[in-house]
Ligand binder design. Structure first.
Ligand code: NDP
Length: 249
C-alpha cells in the first residue's frame, strides 16, 4: 500500500459500482479514508465498502441523491462534523438516457442534466467551502469523450458532460488562489454496466475506432484520478485528462 493520501478524507459520488468503485478502491489503497456515496443500490454500495476494507482501506457509506441540493448539504455537513474536512471530491455519479432529441422527454433531459451536471455543481459547492477554509483541496469531475465529440442519440448526456468541462475550468480559476485544484477526467468506452446497455453492433463499431484495440477498464480511469489527487499533480488544474485508448485525440 502506497500511503500518499494518508490522513486525507475523500468523497466519491456514485462510488458503489463501476468506475466509482474502482476509484474508491484506488484511493483507499493510497491511504485515504473514503466516503462512498450512492443513490439507491445498497447491496452494490456494501460490496464496494467490503472491497475497500479487504484491501486494507477504511471508509463509510453515505447514501444521498446528488441531484437534490438539500440532501448533498446535509451529507457533507455530517461528514465534516465527524471528520473535520474533505480533502478530495470525485464527482463521478452519472446517468444516461439515450434517445434522438425528437423522442427525448423533457423529464429525461432534466434527470440527466440534474444528476450529471447539477449534481457536480451541488457537491462542489457544498465541499469547496471547507477546502477554501483549509487552503487545500482536489476536485475531479468525470466528464466523457462524448462531451468532447458529441454523439447522436446522446444529446442530454453530451450536454451534461460538455457542461462539466466548462464548469471544471471556471472552478479551477475560481479556486486556484485558495490552493484547490479542479480537473476533469474524460473516459472513452469503459467496460461497465452503463456501456453494457449498448447493442453488440455499437460495441463492435467502438472497438474498431479505438487505436489501442480494447475497451478501457474502470481501473484505467481510477489510475488517472489517483494521479490527479496525489502530491505529484499539484501544478495541474483546469485540465481535461482523456482516458480513451486514443478514441479521440
Ligand atoms: P455506473 O452506471 O456503473 O454507476 C453509476 C453510479 O452513480 C452508481 O454508483 C449509482 O448509484 C450512482 N448514481 C447515479 N445517480 C445518482 C444520484 N442521483 N445520486 C447519487 N448517486 C448516483 O456508471 P459508470 O461507472 O459507468 O460511470 C461513472 C461515471 O463515469 C459517470 O459519470 C459516467 O458518465 C462517466 N463515464 C462512463 C463511461 C463508461 O464507458 N462507463 C464513459 C465516460 C464517462 P446507485 O446504483 O445507487 O443508483
Amino acid at each position: 500500500m502506497d500511503l500518499n493520501l494518508k490522513g486525507q478524507i475523500a468523497l466519491v459520488t456514485g462510488g458503489s459500482r463501476g468506475i466509482g468503485r474502482a476509484v474508491v478502491s484506488a484511493l483507499g489503497r493510497q491511504g485515504a479514508e473514503v466516503m462512498i456515496n450512492y443513490r439507491g443500490n445498497h447491496e452494490a454500495a456494501e460490496a464496494s465498502l467490503k472491497q475497500l476494507r479487504v484491501e486494507g482501506g477504511s471508509g463509510e457509506l453515505h447514501p444521498f441523491d446528488v441531484a437534490v441540493e438539500s440532501q448533498v448539504e446535509e451529507a457533507v455537513k455530517k461528514i465534516i462534523d465527524q471528520h473535520k474536512k474533505i480533502d478530495i471530491l470525485v464527482n463521478n455519479a452519472g446517468v444516461t438516457s439515450d434517445n434522438l432529441l425528437v423522442r427525448l422527454k423533457d423529464g429525461d433531459w432534466d434527470q440527466v442534466l440534474g444528476t450529471n451536471l447539477k449534481g457536480t455543481v451541488h457537491c462542489t459547492k457544498a465541499v469547496c467551502r471547507g477546502m477554501i477554509r483549509e487552503r487545500y483541496g482536489r476536485i475531479i469531475n468525470l466528464s466523457s469523450v462524448v462531451g468532447l465529440t458529441g454523439n447522436a442519440g446522446q444529446s442530454a448526456y453530451a450536454a451534461s458532460k460538455a457542461g462539466i468541462v466548462g464548469f471544471t475550468k471556471a472552478m479551477a480559476r475560481e479556486l486556484a488562489p485558495r490552493g484547490v485544484t479542479v480537473n476533469a477526467v474524460a473516459p472513452g468506452f469503459i467496460d461497465t454496466e452503463m456501456t453494457a446497455k449498448l447493442s453488440a453492433k455499437a460495441h463492435e463499431e467502438y472497438l474498431h475506432s479505438i487505436p489501442l484495440g480494447r475497451l478501457g477498464t474502470c481501473e484505467d480511469v481510477a489510475e488517472a484520478v489517483s494521479f490527479l489527487v496525489g502530491p505529484g499533480a499539484g501544478y495541474i488544474t483546469g485540465q481535461v485528462v482523456s482516458v480513451n485508448g486514443g478514441l479521440y485525440m
